[in-house]
Design a binder for this molecule. Structure first.
Ligand SMILES: [Zn+2]
Length: 355
């Protein structure tokens, strides 16, 4: 499990109200306890205090930098992408995680990140195999059955969620989980404006889970070639925007409990990222940073995962860290169980702190 050092600051603050009222500071009040508390409050103290607000051990900010080939990080280095390297230098990470096995395309991989599922529907996957904005589609229709997500689990546990994306095709998520996604903001190919909004939301709201998708590197890669000079400049821009989120975290005491999980949907080299059998496409970074997270290589910290070298492991046998681990790691960080029906890290074993 994740926590060896649990941050309790936020929990402590939120528990002041319950100490003055009837309920205790349990993570989840039972229905009868809530009922009696409400009755007592309404009878003697006016409106009930916000005692039912769920306190989580962290806030999770998931960031996906679309098409972030880890080679861009090593090529640019700490001088040119300081914020991404800060996450690596202070957090637990690897530059050798894997995308979904079946496809290295944007929407299938992001759906994997939020559901913890593989792609192929006939094998329990989410079934999202398209990569454009298709009105009326849902993950549930793609899979042929109900599919839960990190948004659903967090919302049902009393937490608030938000999605910020630079691609309209991400509207799939609010259609699929209209209750679970509390806020969905899409600004097509406007990374800077999106980050401004996401940053304001992070500061002003108390989201348990926020997903931020930055598309500028992918967009530039398609226009000018992945790993081209223009693409590398776009990665620098993405780094600057990540830095704005980190500055908000640094500067606001209320955000001292934010844990960042940063990964990518796929990499890319040359003209494309569509061949799932190419190393440049299936290799992605995966970095976790924040309170309670130790610095280190995720493979060194997790004996149950195997560094795949340059290989592309299938879904049986020793497993690499995958971008699809994001959902259940995020839930673990929040003290919640896994996404029902998920596959990646379903036992929530991925550790980000040294024992
Ligand atoms: Zn993509």
């Amino acid at each position: 499990m994740y926590w060896t050092r649990t941050l309790r600051a936020r929990t402590a603050v939120l528990c002041l109200a319950p100490l003055l009222s009837v309920t205790g500071c349990g993570a989840v009040s039972s229905a009868s306890t809530v009922s009696s508390a409400s009755t007592a409050s309404s009878a003697t103290q006016g409106p009930p205090a916000a005692t039912e607000a769920r306190a989580f051990p962290a806030q999770v900010l998931a960031i996906s930098i679309d098409a972030l080939n880890p080679r861009a990080l090593t090529k640019l280095g700490r001088d040119d992408v300081p914020h991404l390297w800060r996450l690596l230098d202070e957090g637990a990470g690897t530059l050798n995680a894997r995308s979904e096995l079946e496809m290295t395309l944007t929407l299938p991989n992001h759906t994997g990140m939020v559901t913890g599922r593989r792609i192929t529907a006939s094998k329990g996957g989410h079934g999202v195999t398209w990569n454009d904005d298709r009105a009326g589609t849902t993950v549930q229709r793609a899979a042929g059955h109900p599919v839960s997500s990190v948004f659903t689990v967090v919302h049902e546990a009393g937490g608030s969620t938000a999605l910020f994306s630079t691609k309209t095709k991400f509207s799939l998520f609010e259609r699929s989980w209209p209750v679970g996604v509390d806020r969905s903001l899409i600004k097509e190919e406007q990374d800077a404006a999106l980050v401004k909004a996401a940053r304001a939301d992070l500061v002003q709201r108390d989201r348990a889970f926020t997903f931020l998708h930055l598309g500028i590197a992918d967009q530039t890669g398609h226009a000018s070639g992945f790993m081209s000079p223009a693409y590398l400049r776009a990665v620098e821009t993405a780094d600057t925007l990540v830095g704005k989120m980190l500055a908000a975290i640094d500067n606001h005491p209320d955000l001292s409990d934010v844990v960042v999980v940063l990964t990518a949907d796929h990499g890319g080299a040359g003209e494309s990222h569509s061949d799932p059998k190419k190393l440049a496409n299936y290799r992605v970074p995966f970095v976790v940073w924040g309170p309670g997270v130790d610095h280190g290589n995720l493979y060194a910290m997790n004996a149950s995962y195997t560094d795949p070298g340059t290989s592309r492991p299938g879904l049986s046998g020793p497993q690499p860290i995958r971008n699809g681990d994001l959902a259940n790691l995020a839930l673990d960080l929040l003290g919640l169980g896994p996404v029902p029906g998920s596959r990646f890290d379903v036992r929530q074993q991925l550790a980000v702190a040294a024992d």
